[in-house]
Design a protein around this ligand. Structure first.
Ligand SMILES: [Zn+2]
Length: 210
């Protein structure tokens, strides 16, 4: 199996931790490579992950390589790769502001900020189901079809991308927009981009293939 992919995943754990996008035990991340999924183990703080901790599983959830136990939330990783052929990386984390929005069941609208619109799109809230349950995987599978970022009610956040870097940038942007929205709420609530300008912005998004 490929050491580079495992090193990339371990590095994401450190970057999320350093950017205060994830607590040490929270979250999990994975990369798809053909018929295999490289995924984080359970029980290891994400900032201390070593490449050798990363497991390789197949689409039935069987361990192909690795000594540790894979994350208990591997079901929704498998589900996402099945419904999104364009997605090769998934990051699930518990960034404090985004998770605050997830606890408040507060979705992120698409028409409040340019960068967020272009990078994230709108971010719905996935209804609460117990961690690692099939129902949670089904809910995520349903909503990820049309979104690149999700808030998981009373749980955390999830972003996807063609590669790990893009999934990471989306997680960073999601946390940023939640911080911005928090300030906007303190100042009387968000105001929306005017409809005609928003139409132009969406055309730009399409043109850029975002
Ligand atoms: Zn989780």
């Amino acid at each position: 199996m490929k050491r580079q992919i495992k090193e990339d995943i371990a590095l994401i754990g450190k970057r999320l931790y350093e950017h205060e996008l994830n607590g040490s035990y929270g979250g999990n991340f994975s990369v798809r490579d053909g018929d295999y999924i490289y995924i984080t183990p359970t029980g290891i703080p994400k900032d201390l992950l070593e490449y050798s901790d990363i497991l390789v599983i197949n689409f039935s959830g069987e361990i192909i390589e690795g000594e540790l136990k894979p994350t208990s939330e591997m079901l929704f990783h498998i589900k996402i790769y099945k419904v999104r052929e364009d997605v090769n990386a998934i990051i699930h984390a518990h960034p404090p502001f985004a998770t605050g929005f997830a606890i408040a069941h507060h979705p992120i609208p698409i028409n409040i900020h340019e960068e967020s619109c272009l990078i994230l799109g709108d971010v719905p809230v996935v209804p609460y189901e117990l961690t690692a349950s099939i129902d949670l995987a089904e809910n995520i599978g349903r909503l990820i079809k049309d979104h690149n970022a999700l808030l998981l009610a009373n749980h955390g956040a999830l972003t996807v991308g063609e590669d790990l870097e893009r999934a990471f940038r989306r997680m960073e942007e999601l946390e940023n927009i939640c911080k911005m929205l928090t300030v906007a709420q303190l100042l009387g609530g968000p105001k929306y981009i005017p409809d005609d300008k928003f139409t132009q912005l969406m055309e730009l998004k399409k043109k850029r293939g975002l």
